[in-house]
Design a protein around this ligand. Structure first.
Ligand SMILES: Nc1nc2c(ncn2[C@@H]2O[C@H](COP(=O)(O)OP(=O)(O)OP(=O)(O)O)[C@@H](O)[C@H]2O)c(=O)[nH]1
Ligand SMILES: [Zn+2]
Length: 368
């Protein structure tokens, strides 16, 4: 199928519910000129991905968009340029990401793993059925801020906390842990708060984050309502029958907006998220700006505004400890990553110099 089958106007019309806008269209122009078709990546698995195009789901090979650097591997939420002629179909490129949600895979290997791209709202689901783990919320928040998306905390299963005073305290605890972040309480069972959340997610792309059991799937179903528009239900253009998949990743919501569902994340390791950590603890950074010494370590320095806030009780000790812990963790990851990058650069350099030598010999008519 050639690209000319999609006039620009109708293309925009069909892709708009997926988040397509004039800026994406402008960036796509060179690909359109090559006859490539735009679509949003719904899921990626084992060398292939599902791309939702104006003409439905296209299964395409990801060989061209799976580089060595794991952060540049195509992922859910990317806008792909698909070559639809030929078998297999290929994703030839994807558009530069506006935001990217990255975590480190494990503390041993310190590789970044990209979870979702082009996300506007990072919704952190936290269950009210278990004791609040503020440290974990801070960790999720750091990743969310670092991604470039706007974080939002959703306290789920509010029906399990019937006492409004208790609920108020819990919300307050979370609010002081999350400066600049909206905190919502919802119950998928009673429907409380889901309309407010629905209005937020109706605009742009949202990703649902949280540990297993936080209530993400239930919440996703509540947002989907009865009018389920699962991407799997989209017309099959391959003509090979609809492939069954166990996970759904990117959903178009009936009330507008796109929702990316992630599996329960047991551990979210930070990955080069210093700015994100700073945003989570913005009040500490504000105090630090008032310390007498600009390189104050807030340990025992005279004129330290952070220690003064600790002393006065304005800054909870838990908060400062958590801040330090996350910064330390981040520094460890960054140090390891730099070492890895450095060795990669060295390897590239060796390859290039070998190539250079080969070219030089070839020019001189020598055998390599
Ligand atoms: N009381 C109450 N229970 C809820 C609510 N939402 C979810 N649950 C229950 O919480 C449990 C976990 O919910 P899920 O939606 O599966 O949690 P999840 O975050 O998707 O978990 P993973 O799929 O493992 O990541 C289920 O037993 C739900 O029935 C709620 O609003 N109120
Ligand atoms: Zn200080």
């Amino acid at each position: 199928m050639s690209f000319s089958a999609f006039p620009q106007a109708s293309l925009s019309h069909t892709l708009a519910p997926l988040g397509w806008d004039d800026a994406w269209a402008a960036e796509f122009t060179p690909y359109a000129e090559q006859g490539l078709v735009p679509g949003r990546v719904v899921r990626v698995d084992r060398g292939q991905c599902d791309v939702l195009t104006a003409d439905g789901i296209v299964r395409a090979d990801t060989a061209f968009v799976t580089p060595h650097d794991p952060l540049r591997v195509i992922c859910t939420g990317d806008w792909a340029a698909v070559e639809t002629a030929g078998n297999p179909r290929y994703v030839k490129a994807y558009l530069p990401r506006r935001t990217a949600f990255v975590r480190s895979t494990s503390s041993q290997r310190s590789e970044g793993q990209i979870l979702a791209a082009n996300v506007d709202h990072a919704i952190i689901a936290v269950s009210l059925a278990v004791e609040l783990d503020l440290g974990r919320i801070e960790r999720f928040l750091a990743l969310a801020w670092e991604s470039g998306a706007q974080p939002l905390i959703v306290l789920t299963k509010a029906d399990l906390v019937p006492d409004p005073v208790t609920l108020g305290h819990l919300v307050q605890d979370v609010e002081t842990t999350a400066p600049g972040v909206q905190v919502l309480t919802v119950s998928s069972h009673t429907g409380e708060g889901t309309d407010v959340l629905g209005a937020i997610v109706a605009d742009g792309t949202s990703v649902l984050l949280g540990v297993s059991g936080a209530g993400k799937s239930t919440l996703a179903n509540a947002l989907l309502g009865t009018d389920v528009m699962e991407v799997q239900a989209t017309r099959d253009v391959d003509g090979k029958g609809r492939h069954t998949t166990t996970t759904r990743n990117l959903l178009v919501l009936p009330g507008g907006g796109v929702l990316i569902d992630t599996p329960g994340l047991r551990g979210v390791g930070l990955f080069d998220a210093e700015a994100g950590v700073g945003q989570v603890f913005s009040e500490i950074e504000d105090y630090a700006a008032q310390c007498r010494f600009h390189d104050c370590a807030h340990e025992a320095e005279p004129g330290c505004a952070v220690l003064a806030a600790l002393e006065s009780g304005d800054l909870p000790e838990r908060r400062l400890e958590s801040y330090r812990k996350l910064l330390r963790e981040n520094q460890r990851i960054v140090a390891k990553t730099d070492a890895r990058l450095r060795s990669e650069i060295r390897r590239d350099w060796r390859l290039k110099s070998a190539e250079g030598r080969a070219n030089y010999s070839a020019k001189r008519g020598n055998r390599v």
